[in-house]
Structures are given as structure tokens and as C-alpha cells.
Write a protein that binds this ligand. Sequence first.
Ligand SMILES: [Zn+2]
Ligand SMILES: [Zn+2]
Length: 110
Amino acid sequence: MNPAPTSIKLSAPGGVLVKWNDGHEVTYPYAYLRQRCPCATCRDTPPAVRATPDPFPLYGKDVIRVTGAASVGHYAIQFNFNDDHATGIYSYAYLREICPCDECRKASGA
Ligand SMILES: [Zn+2]
Ligand SMILES: [Zn+2]
């Protein structure tokens, strides 16, 4: 069975909540997703993102969040981020591969 989400909630507490077709359920923190953007630009230069509110507001960078998403065919999802970045196409296989839960991190040897 290829991994595919059965539901995606963009504004779950702590990030994007994905329910998979094998029953796996996991929240991807926004910064985690953004830093793993698979587009060519981000792979060349991993983006600097802010995961927690800035203690020095002068620097003025918003906490990263997902503002929207669109499905791409039957195999991927594209996230829009509040830093105006929306070119990353996250295939379901990739998204599952980067699952941040302990179980999956262990399984992938990270
Ligand atoms: Zn990108
Ligand atoms: Zn997992």
C-alpha cells in the first residue's frame, strides 16, 4: 500500500496533522516542514525559519506557519507558507519518509 493521507488538518495544535491510510497519525511542526521543503531552491540553501516567537521583535521575523495547501494529482501536496514560499511539492512518499514521530525516526535510523 502506498502511503496516502486520508485527512490533513493545516491548523492543528503544533502544526499540520496528517492521518495516513494505514492509521498512522502525526503532527508535522511547521518549521520542520518548511526546513524540509523539497524544492530546488531550499535544497540548495535550506531556509532560515523561526519556530518560536522572536525574543527580539526588532528582527521582525514571523513564526513560520502553513497558510494553505493544495493537492497535486493523487500523489503529492503543496504547502503555502507565510514566508511567501509555495513551490515545494511534498510527495506523499516523501512526507511519510520525513515523519517526525519517534517510531518512524527510529525505523529510518535517524
Ligand atoms: Zn522550497
Ligand atoms: Zn511516524
